[in-house]
Write a protein that binds this ligand. Structure first.
Ligand code: GDP
Ligand code: ZN
Length: 298
């Protein structure tokens, strides 16, 4: 029987059997799935598996996966599979606006070829900050949907509902931006704990940080992901990074030094020219340099 993975840790997974809609607990048969070798975690929310009598016997090929680098396990951790949309969540304040973090999330989404949107939550506070608005406008300019919302007052929630309807949507963002509050607002009765940074993902004494899938009544689901400190850069070569930053990508290979250009001081560099001409925002260029530095220094 085919089943959708909702969540799980250790070797116990909560799944939804697709045929009869039943929710049940499953274990991996023989503890190893040959389709998931070399990964930090064999299964993630959104995976489709084959199961029989409480045992998971096979994993269906993933359409895509949203991942991060797991520092402790020193390997790629799949946060969600078969994703239709990534919501990159930030705030104008409390915690402070961190567009560079959004740039990293967007890079991971672009790398995974998953459509993304920027959600600026807590728009009930500090919404007149011109620096915040300036940067949000740039996300719009490079083709991303940007929603300004408040999970507390309900502002913009209808737009989110429309955006996520029928989709498997990942919500990602720093701790404290309001991911749980938003999920609670969208799925009444769920009642996730909010405001407790770093505690929410602990499961007993086993503190695997994992994602969780919550189904929507109208079809589709939301997947809450743990904070992301590091992406999975070993899958990308530093010189390929510009392919995964959408407004940089058209310039790939166009510099005088071609693909070997570092885009720092080289004459005939098309990236530097684009920054000068405002086709690439200087903050995004700064993010690019920092992400590449991280990749080179690991
Ligand atoms: P998470 O770590 O991303 O899941 O964040 P939480 O949902 O736990 O929210 C962190 C804190 O921000 C909580 O105290 C929430 O009440 C508060 N919060 C969430 N959304 C909003 C909002 O739209 N406006 C304001 N002012 N506070 C919010
Ligand atoms: Zn260049």
């Amino acid at each position: 029987m085919k089943a959708l993975v909702l969540r799980g840790s250790n070797n116990i997974f909560q799944v939804r059997i697709i045929n009869n809609n039943e929710e049940t607990e499953c274990r991996i048969k023989g503890k190893v799935l040959k389709e998931a070798e070399g990964l930090y975690n064999p299964l993630a929310p959104g995976d489709i598996v084959e199961c029989e009598n409480g045992l998971i016997t096979a994993l269906e090929k993933r359409r895509n996966c949203f991942a991060r680098f797991n520092q402790k396990g020193k390997s790629v951790q799949i946060l969600a599979a078969n994703v239709d949309l990534v919501l990159c969540m930030t705030t104008p304040a409390s915690p402070p606006f961190r567009p560079r973090f959004i740039d990293r999330l967007l890079m991971e989404a672009d790398y995974a070829k998953i459509p993304a949107a920027v959600i600026c939550n807590k728009y009930d506070i500090n919404k007149d900050d011109i620096d915040v608005e300036h940067r949000l406008k740039d996300f719009e300019r490079i083709g991303l949907p940007v929603l300004r919302i408040s999970a507390i007052t309900g502002e913009g929630l209808e737009d989110i509902r429309k955006l996520i309807s029928g989709k498997l949507t990942v919500i990602s963002g720093q701790s404290g931006v309001g991911k749980s509050t938003l999920i609670n607002a969208i799925i009444p009765g769920l009642d996730l704990r909010t405001g407790r940074i770093n505690e929410k993902y602990s499961r007993g004494n086993h503190t695997t940080i994992q994602s969780c899938l919550y189904e929507l009544e109208e079809g589709g689901a939301l997947i809450d992901t743990p904070g992301i400190r590091r992406f999975a850069p070993e899958r990308v070569k530093p010189e390929e990074l510009i392919l995964y930053m959408r407004e940089f990508a058209p310039f790939a290979g166009q510099c005088s030094f071609g693909h070997s250009c570092l885009h720092i001081t080289e004459p005939g560099c098309k990236i530097l020219k684009a920054v000068e001409e405002g086709k690439i925002h200087k903050d995004r260029y700064e993010s690019f340099l920092r992400i590449r530095d991280d990749m080179e220094n690991t």
